[in-house]
Design a binder for this molecule. Structure first.
Ligand SMILES: NC(=O)c1ccc[n+]([C@@H]2O[C@H](COP(=O)([O-])OP(=O)(O)OC[C@H]3O[C@@H](n4cnc5c(N)ncnc54)[C@H](O)[C@@H]3O)[C@@H](O)[C@H]2O)c1
Length: 249
């Protein structure tokens, strides 16, 4: 079985992935919390390079890493964004370089292009936002993810570490996009099933570096996922509007 390191394994996405990937891969988890006592769980603060390096040393050789650990709230305070998202991702790529990781799947965010959202949410505007549109972050969180994508590219240019950056929409712990009163989640939902497919395809595609939006096949989605379909063979199976139909009559 292949070995995969997952950072931020105790969060919403980390828990979904460790549960679903556990039977097919040797999963090694890293997170700052001390709530997990599994053999392959390592407590570490990714903003501390020394302690992170010692964990990578203990884990030993691994080709693949899924980087989720971060302050994940769009309104997170700058001091936490700086520590967990900016210093954190630099340290992750440093460890990837030192310990010979070949590919990183980085949980980026659609907040990189949040500035388009008002227009994109307007039904009259049919233009889907694509990875070729200039970034328009409107939070420190969104800017930190742009920094993360830049670091991913930098380590590809310098050290040939492959990266797939996924600008994830909304992954929800209950996988139910209909509860959000604004209706936004009906547009940006990424179901657990589609998340798993996208992550696996990102891990095992031949693409050396790429940036993709991560969203289900929602009728009202406003991001362009044609490059994910073409390059990663991502075929999303869920559509929030159908979910709405079946679950609310
Ligand atoms: N859930 C979503 O809809 C969504 C959308 C877009 C992007 N993302 C990104 O995906 C990733 C995972 O999201 P999530 O919803 O599971 O977030 P989460 O907040 O539930 O989990 C993040 C995890 O990272 C850990 N962490 C934070 N700082 C750390 C540090 N310094 N050292 C070690 N561990 C640390 C936390 O303890 C937590 O377990 C994040 O990077 C987030 O920005 C998530």
């Amino acid at each position: 079985m292949k070995k995969i390191i997952i950072t931020g394994s105790q969060g919403i996405i980390g828990k979904i992935l460790t549960k679903k990937l556990n039977s097919q891969f040797h999963i090694y988890e890293i997170d700052i919390t001390d709530r997990n006592h599994n053999k392959n769980y390592f407590q570490a603060d990714i903003s501390n390079l020394k302690s992170l390096s010692s964990v990578f040393k203990k884990i030993g050789k691994s080709d693949l890493l899924i980087h989720l650990a971060a302050s994940s709230a769009p309104n997170a305070k700058w001091e936490y964004v700086l520590k967990n998202n900016i210093i954190g991702i630099k340290n992750i790529y440093e460890c990837a370089r030192i310990f010979g990781i070949k590919k990183v799947v980085f949980a980026s965010s659609s907040h990189i292009t949040a500035g388009y959202e008002k227009d994109a949410l307007n039904k009259k505007n049919q233009k889907l936002v694509s990875i070729h549109d200039p970034i328009r972050p409107n939070s420190d969180y969104g800017s930190s993810k742009a920094f993360g994508e830049a670091i991913a590219r930098q380590y590809f240019e310098l050290y040939k570490i492959k990266s797939i950056c996924l600008r994830i929409g909304a992954v929800l712990s209950d996988d139910n996009p209909t509860k959000d009163k604004t209706g936004r989640n009906l547009k940006i939902w990424l179901s657990h099933r589609d998340l798993l497919q996208l992550i696996k395809k990102a891990l095992f595609s031949n693409i050396k570096f790429g940036i993709y939006y991560g969203v289900s096949n929602n009728k009202w989605k406003f991001w362009n996922i044609s490059n994910a379909k073409k390059e990663l063979n991502y075929q999303p199976t869920d559509n929030a509007s159908l979910f709405l139909k079946y679950n609310q009559g």
